[in-house]
Design a protein around this ligand. Structure first.
Ligand code: AMP
Length: 399
């Protein structure tokens, strides 16, 4: 049997088709520019001889239904999914599950309504995720659809971690609380790290750091999330590519009062024009590192602010967890930037975090340990694989 994983955005659908036996990737790709004059489809797969193949097509795809139809057609033509009846399930990434969803969930009418209910908490993502579910349901009516939520892994956070110190009714009546995101990634790398440590996930304490364009840190106690840096929205926490992360909540009031900036402009400012981009004009960390090496002071400052924030969260989570088995880096930056890893861990040796410089700088895209042999807390890189985690959770939900 096979499992199809879909990640539907506002004008795109990314897909991966897995073989349930062994979890090999049979095909992957995306349709993009849905709704534009020339939408695009790209599909990668291996032929019968194991040779990598690529197919690219352009054409009108007025909506997500047309987009998913094209994906189904290309999977059929490549022979990777000759018939939809070969599917055990379709797993859907859903960004926000509010408090309703703690685990991967088999989709029915009630679930669709519950996902609709939380749209106000994720107005940019949940409508597109829901669209993907609705079109997949229409196209493959006899196949189980499973929703896997970015927030679900963090539903184990205690109240002390998820409540904001604001009037109680804002939580009770309007759901204003911390939810956390990237849960699928934190769960995946945490469970893999436990495997690499040779212990059950339920017996390890970890700090997982998902550092990409979006970035978040999670404290995991005995396999469950007890705190995470993102909040009610993915704006809170670490410095990100274009998001500011933690900021004095009075800054937006000041800007509104003294510069006459309206709410929409503020949202754009803090979500799209801040973070690394705001600090130095670039949000690609490779470029920022190159500039800093050449002596560019604003690039150096951007790296410094980012590493300082990261270190603060590592320290906070060391304090929350008490004992920690490993710190796990993942995401484009976490997996690749030895510079940021070194800056984040520098000075933490007395707390048991000892990086081995040679292991840290040795280029690799594999799972690996970067700490010195004597380091009480292991430091690891585990490349994330959210699609695989969604596929596995989809199977878990249908069985
Ligand atoms: P993601 O959102 O996980 O794809 O991560 C994107 C971020 O990873 C961007 O800021 C990239 O500059 C950064 N990145 C990717 N490769 C490297 C690398 N080799 N060194 C430093 N940063 C990298």
């Amino acid at each position: 049997m096979k499992v199809l994983v879909l990640n539907s955005g506002s004008s795109s659908i990314k897909f991966q088709l897995f073989d349930r036996d062994g979890w090999g990737v049979l095909a992957s790709g995306s349709v993009s520019r849905i709704g534009e004059a020339e939408a695009r489809l790209r599909c990668l797969w291996e032929d019968d001889q194991g040779q990598p193949q690529v197919r690219e097509e352009q054409g009108a795809m007025p909506d997500h239904h047309a987009g998913l139809q094209r994906i189904a057609q290309v999977l059929e033509r490549t022979g990777t999914l000759a018939d939809p009846s070969e599917l055990l399930a379709v797993g859907h990434r859903v960004v926000h599950g509010g408090e309703a969803f703690h685990a991967p969930t088999l989709v029915d009418d009630d679930v669709i309504e519950a996902i609709r209910q939380v749209i106000p908490l994720a107005p940019l993502h949940n409508p597109a995720n829901l669209d993907g579910i609705l079109v997949a349901r229409a196209l493959f009516p006899s196949i189980s659809q499973v929703a896997v939520f970015d927030t679900a892994f963090h539903q184990t956070m205690p109240r002390t971690a998820y409540r904001y110190a604001i009037p109680d009714n804002l939580y009770r009546e309007h759901g204003v609380r911390r939810y956390g995101f990237h849960g699928t990634s934190h769960h995946y790398v945490g469970a893999r790290a436990a495997e690499l440590l040779g212990k059950p996930f339920e017996q390890v304490n970890l700090i997982t750091l998902h550092l990409g364009n979006g970035a978040s840190a999670t404290a995991i106690r005995e396999g469950t999330s007890i705190d995470t840096s993102m909040g009610m929205t993915p704006l809170e926490g670490l410095v990100m590519g274009t998001r500011c992360g933690d900021i004095d909540p009075a800054v937006p009031f000041y800007l509104a009062k003294h510069l006459g900036v309206d709410v929409t402009t503020l949202e754009t400012l803090l979500n799209r024009q801040s973070g690394l981009l705001g600090l130095c004009g670039d949000n690609d960390l490779r470029e920022i590192q190159r500039r800093a090496e050449e002596g560019d002071e604003t690039a150096e400052l951007a790296l410094g602010v980012t590493a300082h924030r990261l270190k603060k969260y590592i320290g906070a989570y060391l304090a929350e967890l008490g004992t920690v088995d490993a710190i796990v880096f993942t995401g484009g930056i976490g997996e690749n930037s030895s510079e940021l890893r070194a800056r984040a861990c520098a000075g933490l040796e007395p707390l048991g975090v000892m990086l081995d410089p040679a292991s840290n700088t040795a280029g690799s895209n594999q799972e690996r340990v970067l700490s010195a042999a004597k380091s009480p807390i292991k430091i690891m890189v585990v490349p994330t694989n959210e699609e695989l985690q969604i596929a596995r959770e989809a199977v878990q939900a249908v069985s």
